[in-house]
Write a protein that binds this ligand. Structure first.
Ligand code: CMC
Length: 426
């Protein structure tokens, strides 16, 4: 076979041929869509370690090289150099915006950031100590009932309205979820502020929209904080077919409302093996408590009989380093003096990093600090409470989810996701 692969079943001597589909970058894929039809067998790949579940033009990762690109542009050329909103525009439109396009996009998002009054009541149904991720996921599902118009995906207007609305409302829902968990009044969006500053404003402002001022009369949102959070949003914007994005595509395949698909993505992201890791990193550092205890916990992480894992280490795809983590480590170093980052938590984190990067166990398994290892420390320095770390991941990732949703919907022959199983029961 010229451009394919042959598989021989040594049990019956039969040979089957499969085509290879070429990628533009990274590994090609064997087309096994008719594998069952030809062979009468399924393929077995729990955790999808070798399975490409879709074709995509959005994000590219080379895990060996530690490379991440959005629409072909390396992450290093975007993070901190373009705003998060420019990156959103890039993901949605396959190109960076002109100044005019950016202005229109920004203004539209500001205007769409308010929540329907009916949705405000939903928050009251949750206990005061509800985790903001629970409220965020539920309120995102509820959004589907407020915006249930038919979406015609051949109309870019319909698509844009649907995508822009969810990107702009998620920060408001996240901030309301947080304020509800504290039992304090909601702060409405301020359309005079940029996307990222507005989120910090909705988190921090006093009732009536007054900002805290210090003895020097300085407002409490610093430029450096806005830049750091904006970079964090950019680094989370998309990450190809990770667990939550796969959930979003699977829900999309059933024909459910896009906001319900996003809400399912939020639920999947919450787990500590995925986006929930950023909260777990800080909880783990607090539990370790002192640099003197680090060795003990490294030993636990290496013990095959102990389920303890170092949170913020390891990645399914990156086997060299996580390029997002590299950018954040640099940012963390820059923020050290500006935001008084020299805390005991940072000392513990640095010691873990030093030991792990030189330890045979971690080196042989390609376990490097991932994005969540650094976001926790940076967000703590921005005085953002732990419970909001994963909602912040959600805010950044919403554009990726909705872009992937649209790509799935625009495929000519999209099929419902329906894996098979290897039955081993009675
Ligand atoms: N600490 C100690 N050992 C680890 C860790 C860790 N954090 N991660 C993996 N290992 C070991 C694991 O025990 C296994 O060892 P052995 O070969 O002796 O059995 C080996 O490394 C391979 O692990 P795996 O579970 O097969 O790897 P995976 O690709 O299925 O899992 C992971 C990737 C990210 C779920 C995992 O590394 C992990 O649980 N890390 C901690 C949680 C975390 O930081 N998650 C955030 C990921 S980045 C943000 C995102 O994209 O969501």
């Amino acid at each position: 076979m010229n451009n394919g692969i042959s598989i021989t079943n040594h049990r019956n001597g039969e040979t089957y041929e499969f085509n290879i589909i070429n990628s533009t970058r990274g590994p090609n894929a064997v087309d096994i869509r008719d594998f069952f039809k030809k062979t009468g067998m399924f393929t077995f790949d729990p955790g999808y370690t070798s399975t490409a579940s879709c074709k995509s033009e959005i994000t590219f990762i080379d895990g060996g090289k530690g490379e991440l690109r959005y629409r072909g542009i390396p992450i290093e050329e975007l993070a901190g150099k373009h705003t998060y909103l420019e990156v959103c525009y890039l993901l949605l439109n396959s190109k960076l915006p002109s100044p005019d396009e950016l202005l229109d996009f920004d203004i539209e998002l500001r205007h769409r950031s308010f929540l329907h009054r009916g949705l405000h009541k939903l928050f009251d149904a949750f206990p005061d100590n509800a985790h903001p991720m629970a409220t965020l996921s539920a309120a995102t599902t509820a959004l589907a009932s407020f915006y249930k118009e038919h979406i015609n995906l051949t109309s870019s207007d319909d698509f844009n309205k649907m995508a822009h609305r969810i990107i702009s409302k998620i920060p408001t829902i996240a901030a309301f979820s947080y304020r509800h968990s504290l039992g304090i009044p909601f702060i409405e969006p301020n359309i005079e502020l940029s996307f990222t500053e507005n989120f910090l404003f909705m988190m921090r402002a006093y009732p009536g929209g007054k900002m805290h001022i210090d003895r020097q009369g300085e407002r409490s949102i610093k430029e450096i904080e806005i830049k750091a959070l904006d970079t964090i949003f950019t680094l989370h914007a998309d990450h190809e077919q990770n667990a939550s994005t796969t959930v979003v595509r699977n829900v999309a395949s059933t024909g459910a409302h896009p906001y319900v698909a996003i809400s399912s993505g939020i639920a999947a992201l919450w787990g500590r093996a995925h986006g929930g890791a950023n909260e777990s990193v800080i909880s783990q550092l607090e539990m370790i408590g002192s640099v003197n205890n680090v060795e003990k916990y490294i030993k636990k992480a290496k013990d095959p009989n102990d389920p303890f894992r170092l949170m913020g280490f390891g990645h399914r795809v990156y086997k060299n380093f996580d390029p997002r983590a590299k950018i954040l480590k640099k940012l963390q170093d820059e923020l050290k003096s500006e935001l008084n980052l020299n805390t005991e938590l940072l000392e513990i984190a640095s010691k873990i990093e030093d030991i792990a990067l030189n330890d045979e166990y971690f080196i042989s398994r390609n376990l490097y600090p991932n994005i969540d290892f650094y976001t926790g420390i940076i967000l703590t320095a921005l005085q953002i409470p732990k419970s909001m770390f994963t909602p912040i991941f959600v805010i950044g990732r919403t554009v990726g989810w909705i872009t992937q949703w649209v790509e799935f919907k625009r495929e000519e022959k999209s099929k419902i996701s329906r894996p098979r199983q290897l039955y081993i029961g009675k």
